[in-house]
Design a protein around this ligand. Structure first.
Ligand code: NAD
Ligand code: IPM
Ligand code: MN
Length: 351
C-alpha cells in the first residue's frame, strides 16, 4: 500500500483545531481508496517562538524537503508581531519551495446562505490564482528617522518577467481546462511602473493561449464585481497582495472565510507543495472548538489531487457539498450551532 509522507504544521490558534478534522478525513478516504499516510507533525508556531526564539529551526526547510506535501493550519498569534511570525515560517516555506502559484477555488455550495443576493449555488464557481512569492510582499525597503517628525517607511514591490510569466501561464493553462476565461486584476491607472508591466505580460501570455478569452479589471472595480456579479468569473489572476485580498472577499461571497481552501503549488514538483485554509488563526474564536473545519478539509482534498488521487479528492468535495446541502449541521460562522467535532462527524458520515 502506498503511504504518502505528509508534514503537518498545525501552527497557531484554530490552525490546531482544523487540522485534526482534515487528518480524519484523509485517513478515512485513504482506507476506502487503498492508500495511507505517514504524518510527521511539527510544533512550529508562535508558542515555539516565545519558548525558543524562532518560529522553526534553522534547518526547518531541510526537515520538510523529503515530504510529498505539507498540510498547514494557520500561523500568527497576538504576542508575536505578525511580520515576525509569518516571515519566520509561512513565507519562507512558500519562497524556499518555489510555491509560486497560490490556487484558491471559490464555490457557492447548495445550502449556503451567501450574504450576496446574486450568489447562487452552481453558478459561482471560479478560481483565484495568486502570485505567491514576489510582488508587494518584499523585504526591500526600510524605516528611517524613527521617532522624528521626518519618520518614514518605504516598501518596494518586485515584479520580474520570469515570475509574472510563470504564474500567468499557469492561470491561462488552468482556464483552458475550465471555463476558458481569464480575468487579470490590475491597477495600472494608479501604479505606474509595476502594473503597466503586469498588463503587458498579461497581453503577451494571452496571445500565447489563443483558446482562452481574457479581460482585465482595475482591482477596485473588480472587488465590486466580485460582489455584484460573482458568476461571471472563471480564473482570476492577480499579484500577491491583490490575490490575497480577493481570496478573502471571494470566500465571504461564498458564505464564510472558514470554507475557503488554498494550494501553494510548486508546479515543477522540485519541492513539496503546501496546502492550507485561506483563513488565519482566528484568535477571537480560538480555544472554543467552534472553528469551521471545511477550509482545512477542502485543502486536504486539493492535496489528494496533487498526490495523484483526484477521485478521492472529489469524494471529499462531494461530502462537503452533501453536508451543506442535505443537513443543517453547521458551525456558527455558517449560522449553525455545531462544534468543529460535530460538524466533522457529520461530514465523515457522508463521506
Ligand atoms: P482570520 O482569518 O484569522 O480571522 C478573520 C475572521 O474570520 C475572524 O473573525 C475569525 O473568527 C473568522 N474565521 C476565520 N477562520 C474561521 C473558521 N475556520 N471558522 C470560523 N470563523 C473563522 O484573520 P485575521 O484575524 O486577520 O488574522 C489572525 C491571525 O492569523 C494573524 O496573526 C494573521 O497574520 C494570521 N493569518 C494567517 C494566515 C495563514 O497562516 N495562512 C492567514 C490569514 C491570517
Ligand atoms: C494568507 C495570509 C498571509 C498572506 C499572511 C498571514 C502573511 O493572509 O495566506 O492569505 O498574506 O499571504
Ligand atoms: Mn490572506
Amino acid at each position: 500500500m502506498t503511504n504518502h509522507r505528509i508534514a503537518l504544521i498545525p501552527g497557531d490558534g484554530i490552525g490546531a483545531e482544523v487540522l485534526p478534522p482534515a487528518q480524519q478525513v484523509l485517513d478515512a478516504i485513504g482506507r476506502r481508496h487503498g492508500f495511507g499516510f505517514t504524518y510527521t507533525t511539527y510544533d512550529w508556531s508562535c508558542e515555539r517562538y516565545l519558548r525558543d526564539g524562532a518560529m522553526m529551526p534553522e534547518d526547518g526547510l531541510d526537515q520538510l524537503r523529503d515530504k510529498e506535501a505539507i498540510l498547514l493550519g494557520a500561523v500568527g498569534y497576538p504576542g508575536v508581531p505578525d511580520h515576525v511570525s509569518l516571515w519566520g515560517l509561512l513565507i519562507p516555506i512558500r519562497r524556499g519551495f518555489r510555491q509560486y502559484v497560490n490556487l484558491r477555488p471559490i464555490r457557492v455550495f447548495e445550502g449556503i446562505d451567501s450574504p450576496v443576493r446574486g450568489a447562487v449555488a452552481g453558478e459561482v464557481d471560479f478560481v483565484v490564482v495568486r502570485e505567491n512569492v514576489e510582488g508587494e510582499y518584499s523585504e526591500i525597503g526600510g524605516r528611517l528617522n524613527r521617532g522624528f517628525p521626518e519618520e518614514m517607511a518605504v516598501q518596494e514591490a518586485v515584479f520580474t518577467r520570469a515570475g509574472v510569466t510563470r504564474v500567468l501561464d499557469y492561470a491561462f493553462d488552468l482556464s483552458a481546462r475550465r471555463g476558458g476565461k481569464v480575468t487579470s486584476a490590475t491597477k495600472s491607472n494608479g501604479i505606474v511602473h509595476t502594473m503597466p508591466f503586469w498588463d503587458e505580460l498579461v497581453a503577451e501570455r494571452a496571445a500565447a493561449h489563443p483558446t482562452v478569452t481574457w479581460d482585465q479589471e482595475h482591482i477596485d472595480a473588480l472587488a465590486a464585481k466580485f460582489v455584484l456579479d460573482p458568476a461571471r468569473f472563471d480564473v482570476v489572476v492577480g499579484s500577491n497582495l491583490f490575490g490575497d485580498i480577493l481570496s478573502d472577499l471571494a470566500a465571504a461571497v461564498a458564505g464564510s472565510i472558514g470554507i475557503a481552501p488554498a494550494a501553494n503549488l510548486n508546479p515543477e514538483r522540485e519541492f513539496p507543495s503546501m496546502f492550507e485554509p485561506v483563513h488565519g488563526s482566528a484568535p477571537d474564536i480560538a480555544g472554543r472548538g467552534i472553528a469551521n473545519p471545511l477550509g482545512a478539509v477542502w485543502s486536504a482534498a486539493m492535496m489528494l489531487d496533487h498526490l495523484g488521487h483526484p477521485e478521492a479528492g472529489k469524494d471529499v468535495t462531494d461530502a462537503i457539498a452533501a453536508v451543506l446541502a442535505k443537513t443543517d449541521v453547521r458551525t456558527p460562522d455558517l449560522g449553525g450551532t455545531a462544534s468543529t467535532a460535530e460538524f466533522t462527524e457529520k461530514l465523515l458520515e457522508l463521506l
